[in-house]
Design a protein around this ligand. Structure first.
Ligand code: APR
Length: 316
């Protein structure tokens, strides 16, 4: 049986770390691609990673390249190409530059790996995933954005730290856009089966949600020279695993919603069943009144972001 082929476009911090997690979990053979101006950098990173395999005990191969021909017929393509957020820069500041970058990547991926499932990681995520799908023209279920797994992981980490319990016992869900309007879902958050609202006050919970919302900016402020990559890459690798192993994980992703949740044709963070075909199903929950209002607010922000991107792309 052939191993899955996973191509990671953008061999920077998030891309190389995603390749690392995918290889060490033996999810498939990996191709790490960057722009020609990067010269031999992707080859160097790939070779370095390969040389960790006898120590770490994995058999995945990792190839570095600047040529899309090497990515041909990938099963999964992860797009991390773009510029990373710098201190003081919001995700939206990245909009124009990264929209052009992901558009050119989407064109190449459509030509070389027409049957792949694409996971978009580049920010601002909700707009980039919309743009990639528009350019590549793949069915919506085969173009997915990575945001919810990361946001929820940040939230779970902070809840575990607050309560002094194992992260393994914290189960949570956040919905909506990947940004300041993401929607906490206290009714879907539990610690060892106990609803979080029985363990924490509403006020404290809101503070923790707020830290998760600003989790990316907190890391940018600390790193000063780039943005987060360990957790974003781990989140991406979990999505790759769900696809290549057809695990049907129920996890939050940026998925295309039309009639679902009344979104009307945008990518937004919702719980999905993720498997071999990409999004097998968008899971629709009955939202409580506050959740519904917060979700609408978040979808409005995503719509605005996409409209701004469309204007910028039309005028350039
Ligand atoms: N094709 C392929 N790779 C590209 C292209 C392109 N058209 N344009 C830029 N790149 C590459 C850069 O050369 C660089 O190696 O993308 C890489 C980005 O790496 P970093 O600058 O280290 O950024 P990183 O931290 O990996 O973040 C990448 O993921 O989480 C998001 O907000 C983050 O949008 C950012 C993306």
């Amino acid at each position: 049986m052939r191993r899955a082929k996973i191509s990671v476009i953008g061999a920077g911090n998030v891309g190389a770390t995603t390749a690392h997690w995918c290889a060490s979990n033996e999810l498939g053979d990996i191709v790490l691609l960057d722009i020609p101006a990067a010269e031999d950098m992707p080859k160097g990173k790939a070779l370095d990673l390969m040389q960790s395999s006898p120590i770490m005990g994995f058999d995945s191969s990792i190839q570095g390249t600047t040529d899309y021909a090497d990515t041909a017929n990938s099963d999964v393509v992860v797009i991390t190409a773009g510029i990373a957020r710098k201190p003081g820069m919001s995700r939206d500041d990245l909009l124009s530059t990264n929209a052009k970058i992901v558009s050119s990547v989407a064109e190449q991926v459509a030509a070389t790996s027409p049957d792949s499932v694409i996971i978009v990681v580049s920010n601002p995520l909700d707009a980039m995933v919309q743009q990639v799908q528009k350019v590549c023209g793949f069915p919506h279920r085969r173009v997915i954005g990575q945001a919810g797994v990361l946001d929820t992981a940040r939230y779970r980490t902070f809840l575990a730290m607050e309560l002094g319990v194992s992260v393994e016992d914290v189960s949570a869900l956040l919905m909506g856009g990947h940004g300041d309007t993401m929607v906490p879902m206290p009714s879907c958050t539990s610690i060892g089966g106990v609803p979080v609202t029985r363990l924490l006050s509403k006020e404290r919970l809101e503070e923790i949600v707020d830290r998760a919302r600003k989790g990316g900016a907190e890391i940018v402020g600390l790193l000063k020279t780039g943005s987060a990559y360990y957790a974003p890459a781990a989140a991406t690798a979990q999505m790759v695993e769900a696809i290549v192993k057809d695990k049907r994980r129920m996890i939050p992703c940026a998925a295309y919603c039309d009639s679902e949740y009344g979104v009307g044709g945008y990518y937004v963070g919702v719980p999905v069943v993720l498997g071999g075909n990409g999004v097998e199903k968008v899971v629709e929950l009955e939202l409580e009144p506050q959740e519904k209002a917060d979700f609408k607010n978040s979808v409005d922000a995503v719509q605005e972001l996409v409209a701004t991107m469309d204007q910028l792309m039309a005028s350039s």
